[in-house]
Ligand binder design. Sequence first.
Ligand code: ATP
Ligand code: MG
Length: 453
Amino acid sequence: MTDRPAQLAAERIVLQLRAAGHEAYFAGGCVRDILLGVPPKDFDVATSAHPDAVLALFPRTFAVGAHFGVVLVCDDVDGQEFVTEVATYRSDVAYLDGRHPTEVRFSSSAQEDVLRRDFTINGMMFDPVLHRQTCNLTSAVLDYVGGKNDLRDGIISAIGEPHRRFEEDKLRMLRAVRFAARFDFTIEAETERAIRQLASGIAQVSRERIRDELTRMLTEGHARRAFELLDRTGLLKEVLPEITKLRGVAQPPEYHPEGDVWIHTLLLLEKLPAGASPTLAWGALLHDVGKPATFSHKPPDRIRFNGHVEVGVRIAHEILRRLRFSNEDCAQILALVENHMRFGDIEKMKESTLKRFFRLPHFDEHLELHRIDSLSSHGDLSLWEFAKRRREELPDEVVRPPLLVTGRDLITAGYTPGPRFKEMLAMAEDAQLEGRIHSREEGLEMIRREFSG
Ligand code: ATP
Ligand code: MG
């Protein structure tokens, strides 16, 4: 375990809390990650100190979730600021809405604090001071729930009685899938059975939280496994019923030797790396969502999906609205769905059409979606290579040059704004993008010629 400034900041907080007579440990996800040898995203501290005592002990604090006993402590290490979450030991008493504890009871027992956590691998504490003294990782771990063994064996196991724990907080069902996918672990049998039984209760979780969990699953580098597990546990049918419909939708084997639309989509998900852009990831998930509704097969003709892009955009829009995506993300994801078939025509595109195609915001995501779409079916990357080469060849100022003929120029030349005016501007721009005009004068002359009647 290498020392990182964030870790040193958290360790200093542990030392100060202990010097003031309290218990304090690293807790939760960071302990799991330390044992796995992966760098933790953040270091959380759990303590017996009451939030008021934490607030009094450190000069720079934010009482973000004082009700839940969470205080943020700011500290500088090597001139860099770190914010450590310090949470008072607690037991969550009653859950009524399937998501939030209605009552939190602070506790002086680390064991009690661990028992309210979700999974055994997330339920360990770590003593950084003892670790410094002994240099022994495992002996510095406080493990009341068998987390070490489950981590060794690759098992996601609810702490306590799974059915009751998922009934308390339905979000834990998605977390189980996310962690199982992320670490390539199996979900323990009783834990999985409880998820299957309670899957429909996921509707009690806010749609934003569901969206965020799904986005994390899609962008942590194990999206295929996550979606297979969502499907197996019955959660997929609850959160994205449109995606379960992809299964069994046959495709023409000459273009799609891999199999049905579900298999094809899983193959795309498999190619999303850790850190993939969320919009690209959702675009990959949704790009063919219009296929089930547009499937047609009249032998001897091949299977067709006429209009699947338009239908797909409509269905994707409903999904994204339901999951409360921002307008900006929604626009980009829909653009990915809407344009994914256009690469098929790219070699025959007029120069002006090609340049306009390249102007799509975040064109790199369109290109990447096409690449993984191709690799997940016929495997032919020639159109991707063509698109990539042309995009690289064309400098931005050639793709989007300053207009030779503007609306103002047309007005000066005596034209009045209206539908024809728009056509004139588009024609002038096309001609410019295709290199047929090189100056405003040439443009105006062309317009006079073409629109003379
Ligand atoms: P990540 O690496 O994704 O951040 P994490 O384990 O740190 O994983 P967090 O969501 O940051 O997960 O939560 C920190 C800790 O809080 C968890 O390890 C777990 O002990 C506890 N926890 C988080 N969410 C829940 C929940 N819904 N129910 C019970 N315990 C939870
Ligand atoms: Mg965390």
